[in-house]
Design a binder for this molecule. Structure first.
Ligand code: B16
Ligand code: MG
Length: 227
């Protein structure tokens, strides 16, 4: 079976760059101010989920008034946006720039499907915003991952059907979202056991985008899809 792939859709954090540490520092600053315990391990559970869901997980069952929740999310985002000033093209994950450029040169449509409302700023600071034909971000849809809406929105903007697109994701919620939408999925594990566990429902898994060509990856995907 030969797959008819016309578009490549990328999650941002964990696939193209690694903003998880910056998200951690921003949540941690807010959590310390409020006296909420929050560790790097806790932060792993926030990977790929929306800002609202992140707060819910950070609160670990604590119930707070809606007004306070809005304040906490706004404060965290202010701290996070301050940290985004430190991002440069050096923050691109290894292999990502070559992979994107190769995909574009080969004629694939490129899209972003990120839960982040800061995706445009991050991509601009990374210097790769112009490579993408569609940017689905935290403003694009109401229902966030694991709902399929964001990837479907991006595919719509690219003018492709899900069965003609591959989603690259590092998070469980993202792989679920893409699968529910009917996309082919490539899990990016970061080369760790925990990473492989997170994306083990993907059609195939890669540690990262280092030294892999788009052609090779799509051939491997085709083989995995038959298995
Ligand atoms: P923001 P992705 C996600 O990005 C992050 O992984 C997640 O930790 C964050 O909570 C979410 O974006 C929302 O980000 O607060 O900037 O709107 O992996 O979907 O690219
Ligand atoms: Mg991610």
């Amino acid at each position: 079976m030969s797959l008819q792939i016309r578009a490549l859709i990328f999650d941002l954090d964990g696939v193209i760059t690694d903003t998880a540490e910056l998200h951690y520092q921003a949540w941690k600053r807010m959590a310390d101010e409020e006296g909420y315990p929050f560790t790097r391990e806790d932060n792993e559970a926030l990977r790929g989920v929306s800002r609202r869901e992140s707060l819910t997980r950070l609160l670990k069952g604590r119930v707070i008034p809606e007004e306070k929740a809005l304040d906490l999310m706004e404060r965290k985002n202010t701290y996070y946006v301050e940290l985004l000033d430190t991002i440069t093209p050096a923050y691109l994950l290894p292999g990502a720039a070559d992979f994107l450029n190769e995909g574009r040169t080969a004629g694939f449509k490129l899209g972003i499907g990120s839960a982040s409302r800061n995706a445009r700023t991050v991509l601009t600071r990374l210097g790769v915003i112009d490579l993408f034909d569609a940017l689905g971000d935290g403003y694009s849809v109401v229902n966030s991952k694991p709902a399929p809406d964001l990837f479907l929105w991006t595919a719509g903007r690219l003018g492709v059907y899900p069965q003609n697109a591959v989603v690259f994701e590092d998070a469980e919620a993202g792989v679920d979202a893409a699968k529910r939408g009917g996309f082919w999925t490539i899990g990016i594990s970061g080369g760790t056991d925990a990473g492989r566990e997170r994306v083990n429902q993907a059609t195939m898994i890669l540690p990262d985008l280092v030294d892999v060509t788009v052609t090779d990856v799509l051939e491997q995907l085709s083989t995995a899809a038959q298995g």
